[in-house]
Ligand binder design. Structure first.
Ligand SMILES: C[S@@+](CC[C@H](N)C(=O)[O-])C[C@H]1O[C@@H](n2cnc3c(N)ncnc32)[C@H](O)[C@@H]1O
Length: 291
């Protein structure tokens, strides 16, 4: 089995791998959007509120995926405002653009851009957002510094990441099953990944290091609910780039074993409504660019 590239061994190959994997799952994000966003929309609303986005605001969204929180910000900024959503994966950007057009949000534009080299004009945005993006980057500090540079003095940045291991059950269940079923090694702690910046205070610390002032962090809860264990498993298979990468070199049989195990263990999350319900921790940090 070949060793996957790590940021340290080959940063460019690692990044192009990320670009491809995220483009591969973009249609999955589109397919499952309604279910995901039923849980995730309140986070976009909270972020847009914390960033003070109102009519006329110019907003930057970094690692927007198929367009959140960019599209929520576009609604709040109104026709006089504007939103630029950016992402590494071209297919994500294409779908974000398509959704903006479907929703009639002409003030939202999307551009393929690496967040670690955020090539946007300095001091040209009132708010900068990033939902579930920075923890996936090799150099999250570079991304946050880029957001800082992009803001006008007094502009606000708001970033959100998943909480630490043990607080995000919908995400860790399949990895735990895969470790048991097929001996999948745990994610090396030095690699970027979904739970990488989730320790309380960690994201706030990075914002301070990036130059932000008046930094505050808060806990948020994202509830994801599925009609059945098989719906949950199908959702993960279509949508999780991290899992897809981790399982890519295993046999079809091994992968089947993992997904059957996931469905079995998901039963433990069935609540009184009969649905499979996961309550997941999110850390939101915000900071202001000083004068
Ligand atoms: C978990 S998705 C989140 C997408 C969206 N913000 C949301 O909350 O629905 C993470 C996104 O980060 C993007 N991403 C990863 N590394 C990136 C980088 N270095 N620069 C820009 N985008 C990146 C991926 O392409 C993917 O679309």
């Amino acid at each position: 089995m070949s060793t996957p590239p790590t940021p340290a061994s080959d940063p460019e190959r690692f990044k192009s791998g990320q670009r491809e994997t995220w483009s591969d799952v973009a249609d999955g994000w589109r397919k499952w959007w309604r279910i995901f966003e039923a849980g995730a929309q309140p986070l976009s609303d909270r972020m847009v509120m914390l960033a003070g986005v109102g009519p006329g605001a110019r907003v930057l969204d970094v690692a927007t995926g198929i367009g959140e929180p960019a599209l929520t910000a576009a609604r709040a900024a109104g026709a006089r405002g504007s939103v630029l959503g950016t992402d590494l994966a071209p297919r994500m950007i294409a779908l974000a653009d398509e959704r903006a057009r479907e929703l009639g949000l002409a003030n939202a534009k999307f551009r393929e851009l690496d967040a670690e080299r955020l090539d946007v004009p300095a001091a040209s945005f009132d708010a900068a957002l990033s939902r579930w993006g920075v923890m996936l980057m090799m150099d999250p500090l570079a991304a946050l510094r880029g957001m800082h540079r992009a803001l006008v003095p007094g502009g606000r940045a708001v970033a959100a990441v998943w909480g630490a291991k043990g607080t995000v059950p919908f995400m860790t269940l399949p990895g735990d099953v895969a470790q048991r079923e097929i001996d999948l090694p745990p994610m090396p702690p030095d690699l970027p990944g979904p739970l990488k910046l989730g320790r309380p205070g960690q994201l706030a610390e990075l914002l301070r290091e990036a130059g932000f002032e008046r930094v505050e962090e808060e806990r948020f809860e994202t509830v994801l609910a599925f009609a059945s264990p098989s719906e949950y498993s199908a959702f993960l298979q279509d949508l999780s780039a991290t899992l897809r990468r981790a399982l890519a070199e295993h046999s079809v049989e091994a992968r089947e074993r993992v997904w059957r195990g996931v469905e079995r263990e998901a039963e433990a999350w069935r609540d009184t409504s009969g649905r499979i319900v996961f309550r997941n921790e999110v850390r939101i940090a915000r900071g202001v660019r000083g004068a």
